[in-house]
Design a protein around this ligand. Structure first.
Ligand SMILES: [Zn+2]
Length: 455
């Protein structure tokens, strides 16, 4: 047994109406707290024994033994962040001998150094089980065909979902990103029921299906598991219109394990169940660093007690969301996190007001006729910073023209408390992303406009 009670084998589903691990996902809050406390103690003991930066911080905080720690003490323990991973790049934070590492993944970092994460064989099994839970929550069954259009490589999306589908006993099609014509052929011929990719690529794929005359009725998809970039309920409605799917959100980041940290259930489509028996979750107030109450947004922070190669204590993700411990229609007792509403470090400050691009998206997509293609341009060429919101609308709405722009500007003012200039451009103007994540914001500090037609 590698991960302790509750995980079980990763060899297949164990019943209870589409739930991958009924024991772990359905246990009472008290039972889970007992599991969490035991695992947290083991983690603290292990970190102290291994030494290194996390041990130093624990000792500086007065923690000398794992057994001394209770779950209630979590908020007093030291935190970690991406900076620690960069400072100890590539293998300085390993908690196992290097030769126990069987795989590495990572994300592109700024300044050339990737954020590198190491996995033991046990970590890969844990990750597969977490992704299997997520896929099952989206309605994937052992007979399903999963069209996996997340990129394969250092990025965790492709291989994480891949291993999860196998653990669940589904058939995975490792199509990866790009080569859209080939994707259309495989969607037609293999008749997958589950689509997994970024939401921006799902839009791209949906539009390509339409352009190819492959309408909704000819496509066998039932559910889409969309993640790796924040998206809104407005985009959910558009995705479900564009593709014959129920769209669910999946959340994860390589530092914590990859996709499968949390996922929405198809029954409720309302918040992402966090696999909190393996990823202890907190939301921290951005200014004070103290945990926020349920429902109050804060920085998502995870502790990974069962990871072996790179266990992290209170890893601050930079993602902002809130937690909902209330019951869910699906029967899972795992706490739900809201969709990620922004990034602590992607937050734009425009004339002293905090703006998250996802809030702009929520306003735009609530307006009928607005397409899910937009760009937030912060014009910093003069000290009087301007916020430009460039978006596309459909043909009918376009005839309404200035009226739409005014209505959107009003709605943005209501939501953001900030005046934005809305620029409506012809369909196809905002750059599409075929691979990877959509670029939603641009800082315009001088030179040519970032998009033709702006001034
Ligand atoms: Zn649920």
């Amino acid at each position: 047994m590698v991960h302790g009670g509750g995980l079980g084998s990763s060899g297949g589903r164990k019943g209870w109406g589409g739930v991958f691990d009924p024991v772990a996902e359905g246990m009472s809050v008290d039972e889970r707290a007992a599991v969490q406390q035991r695992r947290l103690r083991e983690l603290v003991g292990r970190l102290l024994a291994v030494g290194g930066v996390q041990a130093e911080r624990l000792r500086a905080a007065g923690v000398e033994a794992g057994a001394a720690v209770t779950l209630a003490d979590l908020a007093e323990l030291p935190t970690t962040s991406k900076l620690d991973l960069w400072d100890h790049y590539p293998f300085g934070m390993l908690a196992v001998p290097r030769e126990h590492v069987v795989a590495v993944h990572g994300s592109s970092g700024t300044g050339g150094r990737p954020t590198l994460v190491a996995y033991t064989r046990g970590d890969l099994e844990l990750w597969a089980a977490m992704c299997a839970r997520a896929l099952a929550a989206a309605g994937t069954t052992p007979g399903s065909i999963v069209h996996n259009a997340y990129g394969y490589g250092l990025f965790t999306g492709g291989l994480g979902i891949h291993q999860g589908a196998i653990a669940l006993g589904a058939t995975v099609v490792p199509v990866s990103g790009g080569f859209t014509q080939r994707q259309l052929t495989l969607l037609r011929d293999l008749r997958p029921d589950i689509l997994t990719c970024t939401p921006s690529y799902a839009v791209y794929l949906g539009e390509a299906l339409r352009a190819a005359g492959m309408d909704r009725d000819g496509i066998s998809l039932r559910a889409g598991v969309f993640g790796a970039e924040p998206w809104t309920d407005g985009l959910r409605a558009q995705l479900e219109e564009l593709l014959p799917v129920k769209a669910v959100d999946i959340y994860g980041l390589s530092e914590v394990i990859g996709p499968g940290v949390a996922c929405e259930c198809i029954e409720a489509q309302s918040g992402l169940h966090v696999n909190e028996d393996h990823f202890l979750v907190e939301t921290l107030d951005i200014d004070t660093g103290r945990p926020t109450a349920p429902g109050v947004p804060g920085e998502l922070t995870f502790t990974t007690p069962t990871k072996q190669a790179l266990p992290l204590l209170r890893y601050r993700t930079g993602d902002v969301a809130s937690l909902d411990p209330g019951p869910c229609a699906c029967g899972r007792t795992l706490v739900r996190m809201s969709k990620v509403t922004g990034r602590v470090d992607d937050m734009l400050v425009v004339r002293g007001v905090n703006v998250y691009p996802s809030e702009v998206e929520a306003v735009l997509l609530a307006h009928p006729g607005v397409a899910p293609h937009y760009l937030v341009v912060v014009d910093r060429r003069t000290p009087a910073t301007r916020l430009l919101v460039v978006c596309e609308v459909d043909g009918e709405t376009r005839t309404a023209g200035a009226q739409t722009a005014d209505a959107l500007a009003d709605a943005l003012l209501q939501r953001l408390g900030l005046h934005a200039e809305v620029v409506i451009v012809p369909p196809g103007t905002v750059p599409r992303t075929e691979v990877g994540k959509a670029r939603r914001r641009v800082d315009w500090t001088g030179g040519e406009p970032p998009l033709a037609g702006l001034s």
